[in-house]
Design a protein around this ligand. Sequence first.
Ligand SMILES: [Zn+2]
Length: 75
Amino acid sequence: MGLKGLIDMNIEKKKFLKSLGFGREVSIVADCKCPLCADRVNTEEFKNEIFIKEFERSGLCQGCQETVFGYRVAW
Ligand SMILES: [Zn+2]
């Protein structure tokens, strides 16, 4: 996939999130900030790839994912 494909994919994702009412949060995620606590997200803080995948979807940091999902996704 070239750069164009990646950009298209990003636009689709943003459209999808905006359609869910996450317009403001999307701009925060683009800035590498968690939409819940507005902390800068460091990918090294994630415990495993499941959290990283979720971060790529929702932009939530490790702490907020644990709060939101109640550890369900972790194990
Ligand atoms: Zn957070």
